[in-house]
Design a protein around this ligand. Structure first.
Ligand code: SAM
Length: 279
């Protein structure tokens, strides 16, 4: 396990993923009934953008760095940006960035639970330290691919699950579709979001096929591109495949994605959205 998310925290892929996660949570919270937030590959929870790892790559500068001072932010970005502003209120400039656990912890309500899993022993311990004191949060230091069968179904009968592996190994795309299949098999209404890198179109074609065969009731695919797809790049963009998206999400993304593409595009910004499984 070589991947450390601290090198990439706050980059364009994180902004895209976390902004959409903030909308998933907001839409789930329209109903009073509690839900569980589940993170199979959670990372550290929060990041210091002025720390050694983030500074070495500087990836966040072309990510959250482009939104931080923007005066044209859409209303739909408010929940996400408010978390960042609260985390940085004692700083002169942007310093702390929330990983998915911290974002979920701050955006969920007193009746909701936050169930986190991280396998890397050091990052897992940091995650535990970062989440200390919030009794709604449970941190497991185990195998992320076991999470759907270990935790689903949840007592709340409502769950948002983020599946966000590092894609260091070739089998991780396949494992994502297997995890989604398991999640849906154990709790059909699970709202599950899989983050994936957009770079190798040949691998992606297979991935989309596998996702389309998971048996999810509905599966929305949304992608943010920061370089044209036919240009060689370490990352042309990233995507989220979202099973059972809450009502209203598709419409919100039609509003948000053009803004993100324009703000985060590097050689050329773009976005796509369609249904891999339509109702
Ligand atoms: N979800 C986090 C966020 O948005 O802030 C970022 C997660 S990062 C992309 C992927 C994480 O998965 C890394 O922290 C890595 O240590 C962890 N990881 C790698 N293999 C894993 C496995 N098999 N099970 C659980 N975690 C794993």
């Amino acid at each position: 396990m070589n991947y450390r998310h601290a090198f990439h925290a706050g980059n364009h892929a994180d902004v895209f993923k976390h902004l959409i996660l903030s909308r998933l949570i907001a839409l789930m919270a329209r109903k009073e009934q509690p839900f569980a937030y589940i993170d199979t590959h959670a990372g550290l929870g929060l990041y210091d953008l002025q720390g050694d790892q983030a500074t070495r790559t500087g990836e966040w500068i072309e990510g959250i760095g482009r939104l931080w001072d923007a005066d044209d932010l859409p209303e739909l970005a408010a929940d996400y940006m408010n978390v960042l502003r609260r985390m940085n209120r004692k700083e002169d400039s942007l310093r702390y960035y929330p990983g998915s656990p911290e974002l979920a912890r701050r955006l969920t309500r007193s009746q909701d639970r936050v169930l986190l899993n991280e396998k890397h022993p050091e990052d897992g311990q940091l995650l535990k330290d970062n989440m200390k004191g919030d009794r709604r949060v449970a941190v497991h230091l185990g195998e992320g691919w076991h999470v759907p069968r270990a935790l689903l179904p949840v007592a709340e009968k409502r769950a948002v699950m983020l599946i966000d592996p590092p894609f260091e190994q070739l089998d991780e795309m396949k494992r994502c579709s297997v995890a989604l299949k398991e999640a849906i098999g154990r709790m059909r209404q699970t709202v599950a979001a899989i983050w994936y890198p957009v770079k190798d179109q040949r691998l992606l074609k297979r991935f989309y096929q596998d996702l389309a065969e998971t048996g999810a009731p509905k599966l929305l695919r949304v992608e943010l591109h920061v370089h044209p797809l036919d240009t060689p790049a370490s990352l042309n963009g990233s995507g989220l495949a979202i099973a059972n998206p809450p009502w209203g999400l598709e419409e919100e993304l039609r509003e948000l994605m053009p803004y993100l593409a324009q703000k985060l595009g590097q050689t050329k910004g773009g976005w796509t959205m369609d249904w891999l499984i339509a109702e």
